[in-house]
Design a binder for this molecule. Structure first.
Ligand code: TRH
Length: 381
């Protein structure tokens, strides 16, 4: 008899920034609200989480939020009955007492380690691999998100693409959006670019090329790690949401860091998006607009292989000139050189890249991570 998952515990340790909790929060909401799963999300850092979901109260150990039970994950872990589906996000190591409780259950939970996203080839071979526990009657399975049919796919909400299409085909909705963010209407020929990234050596040159460009460029900059560099370019020590700075053709609007559900609109409304890490990179792909990925840097340089793997997959069907433009700009934005020329060649391919990005998003759609996870549960439970 096949069983469906009715309860799920997701464990999330916030390493750095917002990516870990960003993915877990998105998955938790999807399982709860689209699939009727009773989800408990255990998070060790409710303050970071609060940036993505401001209605969360970081002082509470237990609360319900958007259909999900949110629990503080502290060292003193309570005795709880494990859920049927247990998701250990990014190898965060479950509490020992919880693992023992899993082993004690007559019907063992399905235990999944949700891995980081990568477009590299080896992912297909490792997806769903079992790892038996050395001493307990439990098996943990590796579950890899990814871009091809043999991987776990990507997080995609049921109505996301319909909402995107409605927004992108409704100029009134876009105008209302810009108004709500305090950004004036578009000028003729203006380019709108969102910029979400880490510190970046190429920042000054990128801002300069926009400043001296032959079309007005509006840069939408969410508050965060890039802000000090951009502020310095304009001669300021710091900046805050609401600041507007102009130099030549470039105008920057500093935006608040918005709750996670509202970030998509920025990506949908812009012509080009700079994104980073993991979750915003996927959202930019669903936005069906040209994007530039700043990958989360790792000391050993392995991140550049990951960057190259997604670039190759995304660009495979592009005409050579457009493919080269993507390659040059992604490399220049990730520690390479000549961002000035790379930007100019990229923006010259904007029409081709926009069409391609829409086709790319369409191609990724059938491989839905939440559905795959629930199917996997049915196979294994
Ligand atoms: O914050 P990140 O740099 O997270 C990183 C990566 O995930 C990386 O792979 C991981 O190893 C490291 O953390 C520990 O980038 P990412 O993944 O894009 O997450 C940002 C989240 O913030 C994403 O869910 C979108 C969300 N966001 C908002 O909710 N509001 C905003 O205004 C913006 C700009 C982003």
């Amino acid at each position: 008899m096949t069983r469906t998952a009715t309860s799920c515990d997701i464990f999330c340790a916030v390493v750095d920034n917002y990516g870990d909790i960003g993915v877990c929060w998105r998955l938790a909401r999807q399982l709860a609200n689209e699939h009727g799963v009773e989800v408990r999300l255990w998070v060790d850092d409710l303050k970071s989480f609060g940036k993505l979901c401001p209605e969360l109260d970081a002082a509470l150990d237990e609360q319900r939020c958007r259909g999900v039970e949110v629990r503080r994950w502290s060292a003193d872990f309570p005795a709880v009955e494990p859920a049927g589906l247990v998701i250990e996000a990014f190898a965060c190591r479950l509490p020992e007492s919880y693992v023992s409780a899993m082993a004690a259950r007559e019907q063992k939970p399905v235990w999944v380690n949700l891995e980081y996203l990568s477009a590299e080839d080896w992912v297909e071979g490792c997806h769903k691999l079992p790892s038996p526990h050395p001493s307990l009657p439990l098996t943990k399975y590796f579950f890899f998100p990814g871009f091809t049919a043999k991987t776990g796919g990507l997080l995609l909400e049921r109505d996301l693409l319909a909402r995107r299409d409605a927004f992108q085909s409704d100029t009134g909705a876009q105008q209302r959006y810009w108004q709500s963010m305090g950004v004036p209407e578009r000028l003729a020929g203006e380019l709108r670019v969102s910029l979400f990234g880490y510190e970046n050596e190429a920042m000054d040159n990128l801002l300069s090329v926009w400043e001296r460009g032959d079309q007005p460029a509006t840069c939408l900059l969410p508050e965060g790690l890039s802000l000090p560099q951009v502020a310095a370019f304009f001669g300021h020590e710091s900046g805050k949401a609401g600041d507007v700075w102009q130099r030549g053709q470039l105008r920057v609007h500093v935006l608040p860091f918005v709750e996670q559900e509202c970030y998509d609109e920025l990506l949908w409304a812009c012509d080009v998006n700079f994104v980073r890490g993991e979750d915003s990179c996927i959202r930019a792909q669903w936005a069906a607009k040209p994007f530039i990925w700043q990958i989360y840097p790792q000391h050993d340089g392995v991140h550049l292989e990951k960057l190259e793997a997604l670039r190759a997959l995304y660009s495979a069907d592009l005409p050579p000139e457009a493919g080269l433009a993507v390659r040059e700009l992604w490399l220049a934005w990730n520690g390479g050189s000549d961002i000035v020329g790379a930007w100019q060649r990229f923006v010259a391919q904007r029409v081709v890249l926009t069409r391609h990005s829409a086709e790319w998003a369409q191609r990724l759609t059938p491989n839905n991570l939440a559905l795959n996870l629930l199917d996997f549960y049915r196979q294994v439970a």
